[in-house]
Design a protein around this ligand. Sequence first.
Ligand code: SF4
Ligand code: MSK
Length: 686
Amino acid sequence: MAEETKLKKVVVADKEVKAEKAAKVADPVGASIDIATQQMIRRAQELGIDTVFDRAEAMKPCNIGIQGTCCKNCSMGPCRLPLTKSAGDGPDERKGLCGASANTIAARNFIRMVAGGAAAHSDHGRGVAEVFMAVARGESHDYKIKDVNKLLAIAPHYGVETTVKTDDGQVLDRDVNEIALEVGQKALDEWGKAEGELCYLKRAPQPLYEKWKKAGVLPRNIDREIVEIMHRTHMGVDQDYKNLIKQGTRAALADGWGGSMIATDLQDVLFGTPYPLQSEANLGIMKEDHVNLIIHGHEPILSEMIVAAAQSQEMIDYAKTVGAKGIQLGGICCTGNEILQRHGVPPAGTFLQQELAIITGACDAMVVDIQCVMQNLANVAKCFHTKLITTHRIARMEQENVIHIEFDEHHAMEDAKRIVKMAIDNFQNRKAEVMIPRAKATQIAGFGVESIRYHLGGTFRGDYYTLNDNIINGRIRGIAGVVGCNNARTRHNENHITIVKELIKNDVIVLTTGCNGIACAMEGLLTPETAAVFCGPGLAEVCETVGIPPVLHMGSCVDNSRILLAATEVVKAGGLGNDISDLPAAGSAPEWMSEKAISIGQYFVASGFYTVFGVTFPTTGAPVFQDYLFHELEKIYGGMWDFEIDPIKHAHKMIAHIDKKRKALGIDKARERVLMDMADRMKLSA
Ligand code: SF4
Ligand code: MSK
């Protein structure tokens, strides 16, 4: 009898929980600024399918974890050290069972995030380097070296000769495959070489390299710096927040100037260096009468082949045999950005829209590789006909409806065709009513260090000096790198778009990557025509003259390395100081969520950028450590962190920093004159 009562109570409690959960669904308009996203959240709710937006309502974050002061590095914990209102009244005596202070715990957690992010980017880079080696050895016939010029440009950074001197003194070009083999080997060595430092560090401006050397943070090899973080943060090892963040800096630099930069370079050599092209963005790119194949994740190795397979006449003809008019590819997250920038494949959405692409009922297959892939995709796919296919040996899902086709570069095209065929065969199995939002926007993407040079100077006179000149004369106030994820704890895309619009309104040109790039594309900010509508007069004039958008999409998360190199080119072009930290420039991740963002932020800071994050900051429970990040790092590297939730204030903090740098360079007056000229002109035309 007692058992029966207990059971009844459990059932009642379960019903209550379910009822409570049911009541806590997202308000579509409050959850996103994007109409297509709002429509699909509503659609999911009608169908009784929960999405990340609803789950964010039902489950709130832990109040202590969010402050960065919860430690579970040994089983005496978790030790929780929340910052209380009275904490500022006397000495901070908070400590874990072992005595670890709030600073130690927050710093350990912070650099473990750096380790996670640097590992993710760098393992991606290692995967590309392995494919690169297979190509150079002639073991993979489906890929080839596409951009020989880029190979020749990067070879010297690895100390690889591109020419050879004969006995009689003639200088001859070396065989391309021979160069590739040596570059590939040297690149792979970067992960585990026993001595020395990373090859690419010397690509940075000389004063920056010297700062790293003086601070003792030159990364030795990529894997070592990540492993050392895990060691130092083990119970009872490094218990000095300054020393901990020093190791975090080493690993972050090994990401930005190592793993990520290698990934970007070798991808460009293998798949082609991006140049500007036109495409579209948002869920509206999906087509009801086509086979829709969505590609999601980060590595372009498989997706390159899928693009080739889907564009083959054989597959297009096959799609027609099942009644489809063709094959529509679409991207999500950074695999999406990779195939966008090289092939013009339109992104279907950002990180937070991945479930929604399936909820259209028109997604015949979703192919995922690594990073930013939500496990709930499998639960959503179950409600539709969608085939969810995992492809990477390190990234599988436990749900039974998920198909695993492990991709192997040695038979790349065969694997890709199998996947495309699977999507086509699934076209006739659509069971739910299809609902594809109409919203989509045109974009110009595919910018990089090389194409910016070309655009600014043309074929014969390509140089960054044109950009510097416009910064010096004040038409362009400064440069902002605005990058990173979406975060379900804040309204989808609102911070991204508000910050970018505020920056370009104030004549700050924006370089974007990752989900910020996709968000800007969805909002129509990636077209030259945008300049006349949203930009301040100076930036508008430059964009109209040169024919570029005010927001330049530089690619995926690993392509933040392109921003580092573009900033280095600006320094080299002259007139704006000697180091990245002298530039009127700032970085931002308005809606970050991933550990990779923390690694990126740390290498931006250590490269001299003032870097502002939105939504939340994982050290708020340790004010002394946070102050070190926000103020003291500037004395070492010239860059520092900041945190601002309000998007307008966020943008203006960046602008204030840009103005501070303009003043230090003595070019603040030039801008005042330009603005006076514009005002005068406007008065004249009134
Ligand atoms: Fe607690 Fe120290 Fe163990 Fe962390 S390492 S869980 S602070 S006892
Ligand atoms: S995909 S890391 S959500 S940017 Fe690179 Fe977007 Fe952030 Fe993933």
